[in-house]
Design a protein around this ligand. Structure first.
Ligand SMILES: [Fe+2]
Length: 390
């Protein structure tokens, strides 16, 4: 297999895994040299009591806990980033601790840009590699196993007035520490477990077939496809199975590294971002709906890559040619997604069919599109949306 002419792999985040590992949050903040910390989270995390060990650990350390912001919305918002940065600035915060799903962690990244270098989030920092210098310390503690945001250099944040999702990519957005504690994912309900797990699976599959894939992203992606297909059904069936929960957290984390290394993973994510910005469809559900049609759309352009996932997806392809093997892999992934009973179309998930063209415009401009293995025209993506919205 020919190597890419150039690739880079950059993963400076300290990743810690273990049951109750969040008891070390205070010690980690101390080790980073922090003096004043602000926790960001959402109502769900608060309601489930997931914050207590983190809070206690900070309170027992030499780091001052200046505030807990618990109103991060389901889809992170530019305005919320501004609000948190303002609170942090006034209190002299030098450490953000994000406890939650991808929305909370991405909100932490957006707020950290404003806290660290100021300016206007949309005007100054939207795009790739624009943040000029290191930001404040950031400890990311995921409570879902999906986005891998705790180790990605990107943040996708909703800009409400226009309804689009805006992207920020910078090595300075990589959190300093990621704490993976399976105990924090134990209470996730089956539907959220499935949706976030399919997001992680999509990161892995799309990274593997991306034009931007490289040996490090391949290694992570391959492992993650296998681990997610083994462990997600168990975690959905029995949320208290800590081994499955732990495996899912680790797989989502490594899929996040694949995504972060690849940077542009493909059309499914571009389309899911647009669908999520313009409709109530959550990111994981959008991926579950869109991935099967994008796999079909790409099939002839990355047959070898899909075929290479055969053993990771548990498919026996002995005696088959590459095209047949790739077809079996697509069938396996599509069948795997279907077993979780999520909506099968964007329309069924609550999206307005009249928005097909608007979604296409957004998806075509999304940074995840250029890595798609098949160059997609406006009419191609419109046709896929129309199929999923009818
Ligand atoms: Fe994603």
């Amino acid at each position: 297999m020919p190597l890419k002419e150039y690739f880079e792999f950059y993963a400076p985040t300290k990743v810690m895994y273990g049951y109750n590992v969040v008891q070390d949050t205070g010690a980690e903040a101390e080790a980073l040299g922090c003096g004043a910390a602000l926790i960001l989270t959402d109502e769900g995390v608060m309601g489930a009591g997931l914050l207590e060990k983190v809070r206690k650990s900070i309170e027992e350390s030499s780091v001052e806990l200046v505030d807990v912001y618990d109103a991060v919305p389901v889809n992170s918002e530019v305005e919320v980033c501004r609000e948190i940065a303002e609170i942090g600035r006034k209190a002299g915060v030098d450490c953000l601790i994000s406890v939650g799903g991808g929305s909370v962690i991405d909100t932490g990244k957006g707020a950290n840009i404003l806290l660290g270098v100021g300016g206007d989030l949309l005007e100054d920092w939207q795009g790739t590699h624009l943040v000029p210098e290191p930001l404040k310390n950031h400890i990311a503690i995921p409570t879902t196993a999906g986005t891998g945001a705790e180790v990605t250099l990107g943040a996708v944040i909703k800009h409400t007035p226009a309804g689009q999702k805006v992207t920020f990519n910078s090595k300075y957005l990589l959190p300093d520490v990621a704490m993976l504690d399976p105990g924090l994912t134990e209470s996730m309900p089956p539907g959220l477990t499935a949706a976030t797990g399919i997001d992680a699976l999509t990161h892995a599959v799309e990274s593997f077939s991306s034009m931007e894939h490289s040996p490090p992203s391949d290694a992570f992606s391959y492992y993650c496809v296998r681990s997610i297909m083994e462990n997600l059904p168990i975690a959905v069936e029995d949320g208290s199975d800590l081994e499955a929960r732990g495996n899912m957290l680790v797989a989502a984390n490594l899929a996040g590294m694949a995504l972060s290394t690849t940077l542009s993973i493909g059309a499914c994510h571009a389309m899911a971002h647009a669908a999520g910005g313009l409709s109530p469809v959550t990111h994981g559900v959008a991926n579950a709906i869109i991935l099967p049609v994008v796999l079909e759309f790409n099939m002839e352009y990355c047959t070898d890559r899909y075929a290479a996932l055969a053993s990771a997806t548990g498919v026996d392809v002995s005696g088959l040619d590459e095209f047949e093997a790739a077809g079996r892999v697509i069938e396996a992934i599509t069948g795997f997604i279907a077993r979780f009973g999520m909506p099968r179309s964007l329309k069924e998930a609550g999206a307005d069919p009249a928005l097909a063209e608007r979604m296409t415009e957004e998806a075509m401009g999304d940074g995840q599109m250029y890595g798609n293995p098949r160059e997609a025209e406006f009419e191609d993506i419109l046709a896929l949306y129309e199929r999923l919205l009818s």
